[in-house]
Design a protein around this ligand. Sequence first.
Ligand SMILES: CC(C)=CCC/C(C)=C/CC/C(C)=C/COP(=O)(O)O
Length: 282
Amino acid sequence: MPSPKSKNPVSGGGSPVLGSSNGRYDFMSLTKPLNRSSPPHQRQGSDPATARLRASESPTRRRGSSSSTGSGQGLPEEDGLRLNPSFIRVALSSLLAIDLWMSKTMGVCACEDSSWGSVRPLMKLIEISGHGIPWLAGTAYCLYKSDSATGQEVMLNLFMGLLLDLVLVTIVKAVVRRRRPAHNRMDMFATFSVDRFSFPSGHATRAAMCGRFLLAHLVLAAPLRFLVVLWAALVGLSRVLLGRHNVTDVMFGFWMGYVQYNLIEMLWLSPQTLQGLLGQLA
Ligand SMILES: CC(C)=CCC/C(C)=C/CC/C(C)=C/COP(=O)(O)O
């Protein structure tokens, strides 16, 4: 991964940055001079790019003239906010670094000789339980076998939701193009080419969406409702333990699946719509 520091000339001049050296992330001081290994003239920030950025950030220039703040004691609130223009980038880099570190640490079933390698078969079973093919096939089978109009309506909407999920996840994966973790072994069955990307986790979106769907449309006793939630959580957790995903892929996937369920509710195919569609087909 390219070093954020190398892309950010301001970082050598005292802004808080998340520096990367030899692939390792480190936090640097907000105020102390940085970059012990760089030549003194760079440490002082005398290269043209840094000098320009410094000039544009200087309080005098930002305030326009010293008279606008009187004697210069205390900055207006908006100046305080602008003091650190790269704050969002730094926060995102820090989150990313924490995400990568957590995901690597948690990838304990990534292969057979990993520390929890013996649990890998169980994790792969959970993986299959959240795969698109069993869900699509199972829903199509229930739709075919259902003899009540309500049952058919519910199953058809679940089926449409599963297709919608596949389309949306494919689009987001193709746009974001985040690589799967390096420790992942790409031995999943039935994947599309876009599944070489990891953001978001398709299993997590499906688990969240189907979990909400089952809780809303099936009459389940409390223990079964708990099992549905547990299953969805385990599907998400297994993605990280297997090394398939980073934590943020799964968290975003859960959120996306949750929202997708709202979309299903909005686009709900009623019996009337269904009859119209079937009438057109016949
Ligand atoms: C009918 C049809 C187009 C079925 C395709 C089902 C299929 C191959 C889904 C892909 C499921 C999959 C491997 C998703 C990747 O999940 P991640 O959690 O690794 O993102």
